[in-house]
Ligand binder design. Sequence first.
Ligand code: BGC
Ligand code: NOJ
Length: 810
Amino acid sequence: MRFGQFDDENKEYVINTPRTPYPWINYLGSEEFFGLVSNQAGGYCFFRDAKLRRLTRYRYNNVPTDDGGRYFYVKEGDTVWNPSWGPVKTELDSYECRHGLGYSRITGKKNGLSLSVLFFVPVGKTCEVHAVTLKNESNQKKTFQLFSFLEWCLWNAEDDMTNFQRNFSTGEVEIMDGGQTIYHKTEFKERRNHYAFYHVNSPVAGYDTDRETFIGLYNGFHEPQVVFEGKSRNSKAAGWSPVASQCLEITLGPGETKELSFVLGYIEVDKSQKWESKSVINKKPALEMIATLDSKAKVDAELAKLKDYWKNLLSGYSVKSSDEKLDRMVNIWNQYQCMVTFNMSRSASFFESGIGRGMGFRDSNQDLLGFVHLVPERARQRILDIAATQFEDGSAYHQYQPLTKRGNNAIGSGFNDDPLWLILGVAAYIKESGDFSILDEQVPFDNDESKSKSLLEHCKRSFDHVIHNIGPNGLPLIGRADWNDCLNLNCFSETPGESFQTTENREGRTAESIFIAGMFVSIGPMYADMVERKGDKAEGERVRNEVRKMERVVLDKGWDGNWFLRAYDFFGKKVGSKDNKEAKIFIEPQGYCVMAGIGVASGEAQKALDSVKEYLDCPYGIVLNNPAFTEYVLEYGEISTYPAGYKENAGIFCHNNPWIMIAETVIGRPERAWEYYKKICPSYLEDISDLHRTEPYVYAQMIAGKDAVKPGEAKNSWLTGTGSWNFVAISQYLLGVRPEWDGLVVQPCMTKEVSEYKVVRRARGATYEITVKNSGQAAPAKLTVNGKSIEGNQVPYAPAGSTVQVTCEV
Ligand code: BGC
Ligand code: NOJ
């Protein structure tokens, strides 16, 4: 069942009922000011940090779901309604929500009155615009009231939800022009040099800033007493919960339209210029901001700028094929999700509360794979920030804080896959940009400037970290966990609530990871390429030797007969083996070992992937392990805590499915790769949205697996490494256009269903227009470049500014 449809022309998803199977959300903002908005206008906004600088309040996991937002209420006669349907839930005559790139437009109609709200954050500004269009579509004059409403958060979102003994006494506002502008200035008097405001560019009939007065102490957002009585109280908040609501009295003749622009702004002022007069805040910067958005023409111009911003960003890679579901994912939504993930990391979604974790070392490096072609300069900075949280021995803080850019000890270190992801990120950046100078950048260890070394040296330490941490079988030690955060082989936890990731209560250098071994063989050579290009042949040779050695160890100690083992546990017993009772096979090593090329020539690779098909594949994707754990395995950590079929216990972790897709292209099986791609790709799941539940335009982290109570049900949409890896799989390996050190490789491995397609790829300032004729045979590509045929599958990089015509036949 569908709840809307794609509008590819406008790059929008159009939701045509408010009763989606879960709130379907969108993101506003691209630099510093961000907002989340659901199809019922739920959500919140913040400046840079969703925890420490939250501007509006939202109630996670509340009843009803999705509570708190920027709401508009209409009262016409006795009827009260919202264009977003909720919170009042008066049946509308029509409803539509269009989620576009960086904006959302919600339109409701009732009794001949149409109210449309466009939400967006103008590029370069620290505010949200709520542009309201009212239209009288009836043939009678209409007189009604429009109430705006939002609730301020007292800045620190965590404190705001917990510290009521203080917070109920601190709230302060200032009210200007009869309520046309409402300023939120809690804590401004003391240490904060920032405030927020809500403004409308029209005179108002009344206002409210005290929540209880506006809503009524025992009422919900669906029954605000001020709205139902049609009378603002002009309340001034003193402590408790400050809000901002304006009331406009409006009359529209038949066919008449009215445009209003509401601005929800965030202002920082210099410490010396905080006050206009005693206790009166300096409003100059707010008024300046308001002046840039006080007419429809100005708002339209800002929206046009935003659309240009996204058009330009997304022009780095596009495909035109006969499959519109493919095209819309590649051209619009997958890349958009990658950018949102770049902006948010794992901080704020409807599953991530914005007060939780910092940025992950491994996550950030992998996220980069999906946006490096869009914003290479910002990717460069991100790499330097990440590398600065590495320790001298090559290990790394597992997380760092985006505001301070410092490693955070909450989770600590010792996730032994972390170091290698840095090499992958650096290689992806250089292949994209050609900027080898980044390797010479001096980067601190543990953010200590006195301990700075070149980024190339950081990569060496990453590589050597594996070599210095080898276990009894010659395989890499797993540490606290590898990619799978829940396979904690050095944590035997029997205490409820204890963190599996930070409790390391077994001292041991025995538990080993075949997955890290696969990474080492796949990613190690990228480091060798880099040092060789820097002229150090001997180091390159050393690295390649180590890699060859590891490859042999994997085949010798990491092979279980029909698939790759997952690990050796603390006692040296096999994990992910036919000998195990449960979880006999895991997905991760099958993907990464084959991506590394291990066993491709000798047949293990194909066997492993056939086993994936046989034991892990299901109608909704590839599950993480099989059989699912049904009992708690003390020596494995968190993994078996999850009920069967969910999360890391045999859920479909959409992050690692693309490793199998890529692995299938490595052994030349396009149909399998394609089948796996379509199984988890959201645009192909639109028809089962009722089961899938999360947005059909973005990937979710997890889909419940075959052993779950509800197979096919997704959770945790938006902020996941799934976005970047699926983009890598489809754009670089199936469609087959990927940047290498010296040229753009064009080597499709694409289903015969798509027999012809065209890719336009921007790389290093040049544009490549690539026309592919595809037989569906995984054969070496035959290429012509500007009409001349070339040897091999690599199109040499052309000068910036040029356009290169490429044809490709497979
Ligand atoms: C989740 C993982 C996550 C980890 C760290 C675990 O409970 O299952 O997916 O990576 O916590 O936040
Ligand atoms: C989510 C985490 O953010 C990521 O780092 C990890 O690899 C996966 N969960 C799998 O555990």
